[in-house]
Every structure is written in C-alpha cells, then in structure tokens.
Design a protein around this ligand. Structure first.
Ligand code: LLP
Length: 404
C-alpha cells in the first residue's frame, strides 16, 4: 500500500491529531486498513479459501476482536496466543496450532480447548499428541506440517528447506501410518505448509501454492488417510522500502484462478483450503509514534533522539532476519504548526544504550524538526511490539490503541 493509499483511508491530519493526543511512544492500529487488506486478500483467492490470521504478527486484542468478528480463524504458536484468540471471540474450532516446540502441557490444553488442528512438526510430536489425547480422554485433531525441502528463493525470511520446521516429505508416509494406527487418539485433518515470510513476487506466491498442491497429491496417492484440509500458510509480503514493488494482486489472482482450475488438482477440491497470513493483513495498519527528545550534532550528521527505540520496534533497527537495516517510511509532525521548509538530514536514534538502536539514517526532514515534535513510522502493524526485546533497559511498554 502506497503512502497515498494509506492516507486515503487514514487522513494525514488524523495521524497528526492522534500523534499529538496520544502519549508516546505509542502504536496506533487502524482497523479500516485491516478490513481493506482482508478484502484485497479475499478478492485475490479462489472462493473456497478460509482465512486464519497468524496471531504472532500482532496479538493486540483490538485486532483479534475485529478479525474474529469478520469470521476469520487463527493460526497460533503457543497457548498464550490460543487463549488470546479465544478471549477475543475466535472459536477454538477455527484455530490451528503450529510450532516446532510445543510442550506436552500445551498440547494437552489445545486438546481440551478442541482446536481444529494441532499441526505436528515431527514424528516424536505425533507420539506426544497421541499420549496427551489418551490422557485427556479426547480425540486430538491432528495435521502434519510438511517441510517441502526447498524454500521460495524470493522470501524475505525462509522457513522451509534446511530449517527446523515441519516433517520432511520423505517421512510423510510414516507419519500418516502412525496417525492411522492410533485412530482412537488421533483424527487426521490434513496438511500444513508455511515456507517463508515477506514474499513479494506474485509468481513465487503462486508457485508456492502449486508446490503445496503437489504435496497434497503425494499424500492422496499414498491412499492412507483422506485430506480434510490443506493449509497453505502465510508469507504474503508488503512493501516496506522504496525499491520494493508491492505484491501484484491482480496478477496473483489470475495465477491462482488458473492453478485452482487445473484439472490435475480436481481431486483436492473437497478438502478445505486455508491461508494463514499475518503481515499482509495487519502490517500496513499500524504506525509507531515517537517524540523527539533531543536534537544534537553528530560526527556525520545531526541526530534526533526519540523516546522510542528498538526495544519496542526491533524491525526498525534491522531486527529479525534483515541483513541490511533500511529506513521505514516516516513522517514528521511538528507539535506546533511550523511552515514547512527544506529541513536538514538526520539520523534518528532511539533511547537505548546501544549503537544498534538506530531507527532511521540520513533522512531528510520537510520541516525544521525540534524537540517535542513527533516522528511517525509507517508499516508498523506486524512483528512490532511483541517481536521486540521489550525488557532491555527496563523501559515501560509502548501504549497500543486499535482505532476503527
Ligand atoms: N504461519 C506460520 C507457521 C508462521 O510461522 C508465520 C510467520 C506465519 C504463518 C505468518 O507469516 P506472514 O504472513 O506474516 O509472513 N519478524 C519476522 C517474521 C517472522 C515470521 C514468522 N512466521 C520478520 O519480519 O522478519
């Protein structure tokens, strides 16, 4: 979503007013942007898809409530996320539980809640699920997270191939046989594949779907257990930086239409189809608002020191998976209106005691920035606060507000 598309939904004056009104540092999430992105996603998918939101992208209750009210399910990676989803009205029957390190007690709780699929990531986990199910006296709905062995080369973050996720395709038969021979404890739901995050190529997203359909055919050909669902994972990217073209949704839509009309996959039509995006749904909905505390000369250029930092927004400082730190789009809002004029170039630093706490470098301000002014970082709705090293330096948490 370009800045002007964002400002069509959320006026720049509204952002300025809210930045002034809210204490800082603060995150603001605009639900109308989430609704727009959901509509875009659904518009792109062939009709039979269910959308499950990957809670790890942002577990804020206001977002979960909104998504739940739209009939969306959840992909959770812990009992904390499961309980957060349920508490905001997402029924356990629309929740899938994935993650390579589920503990037996988490598995037992997920069985008690009756989640629609616990996606096992190893043969050993399947045994634990079977044991927990017997102990709970309740059949566990279990899926298999498959690792296709290769990862999409275009993903910003790869989560298949030589990674710790999922069961190797070579072990699929063994896993299915185990589930079949434990049918008093386990009921097979189907397959789950999540290969990576921040994929911006429509061709790569479509190819990813194709490779998952191929795995589903492989599973079907084994003739051991019927597939009730295929979960195609998340990974749809958003454009953070000027060199990144956004995902071409029109092209993706036509590629997916072709793919799902391909008679090769006709037998898979009876299985429920699920996607579980996180970033695509909420990433663009959030802004992170900080206040300039100090402006001071530096050896290279002037610094603006703000009251936020990488402890609250690790991605800004290049956290989690990025190789090179790049500037997120940002905007300056003077606390009192000041005529805009050609400003200087700044580095924006957070308040932590590490040189890594650089939030933007060499940015040109369109006005004369002073202490008290606000700096707002866009595209901050996903993997922001809860994906940051919050306890480092013992600062208080940023406020978070979901706005319609
Ligand atoms: N499903 C599973 C099993 C996942 O592990 C993830 C994300 C998703 C779905 C959602 O992926 P998305 O649609 O948001 O790409 N903080 C990192 C990203 C971590 C992604 C972890 N898994 C970063 O921005 O570099």
């Amino acid at each position: 979503m370009t800045r002007s598309e964002f400002f069509d939904l959320v006026g720049r004056e509204e952002v300025q007013r809210l930045a002034r009104a809210s204490g800082t540092p603060a995150y603001l999430y605009f639900l109308r942007v989430v609704r727009k992105r959901h509509a875009d996603l659904v518009g792109c998918l062939p009709r039979r898809f269910d959308v499950y939101y990957a809670v790890k992208a942002n577990p804020h209750p206001g977002l979960l409530r909104e998504l739940g009210s739209m009939g969306i399910g959840a992909d959770v990676a812990s009992i904390g996320e499961l309980e957060a989803a349920i508490s905001q009205g997402i029924p356990p029957g629309r929740v899938e539980f994935s993650g390579p390190g589920k503990t037996e007690s988490e598995i037992a709780k997920a069985i008690q809640h009756g989640v629609s699929s616990i996606n096992a990531e190893s043969l050993a986990e399947l045994e634990i699920i079977a044991r927990a199910s017997v102990r709970e006296g309740r059949i566990a709905q279990v899926g298999i997270r498959l690792n296709p062995g290769v990862a999409p080369t275009q993903a910003g973050l790869r989560m298949s191939g030589a990674t710790q996720f999922g069961i190797q395709a070579a072990n699929l038969e063994q896993a299915l046989r185990f589930i079949r021979s434990n049918d008093r404890a386990l009921r097979f739901t189907g397959l789950h594949v999540h290969t990576g995050s921040q994929i911006l190529s429509s061709e790569a997203v479509a190819e990813n779907f194709r490779s998952i359909l191929e795995l589903a055919l492989l599973s079907e050909d084994l003739g051991l257990l019927p597939l009730q669902k295929i979960n195609f994972g998340g990974g749809w990217g958003i454009s953070y930086f000027p060199h990144q073209a956004p995902l071409d949704l029109a092209d993706l839509s036509s590629r997916l239409a072709d793919l799902f009309n391909d008679s090769r996959y006709a037998s898979l039509k009876t299985a429920r189809h699920i996607v579980e995006p996180g970033r695509f749904l909420v990433g663009e909905s959030g802004v992170y608002v900080t206040t300039v505390l100090y402006r001071k000369p530096g050896a290279r250029r002037e610094f603006l020191i703000v009251d936020g930092g990488m402890h609250q927004h690790y991605l800004l400082a290049g956290g989690m998976g990025q190789v090179i730190r790049r500037n997120f789009e940002l905007d300056y809002f003077p606390v009192l209106d000041r005529p805009s004029r050609h400003g200087s170039s700044f580095d924006v630093a957070g308040c932590l005691c590490t040189p890594q706490d650089l939030l933007a470098t060499d940015v040109l301000a369109h006005c004369d920035v002073r202490p008290g002014d606000h700096i707002v970082f866009f595209n901050s709705g996903a993997y922001g606060l809860t994906a940051s090293p919050l306890l480092f330096l013992g600062h208080r948490l940023a406020a978070e507000t979901a706005l319609d």
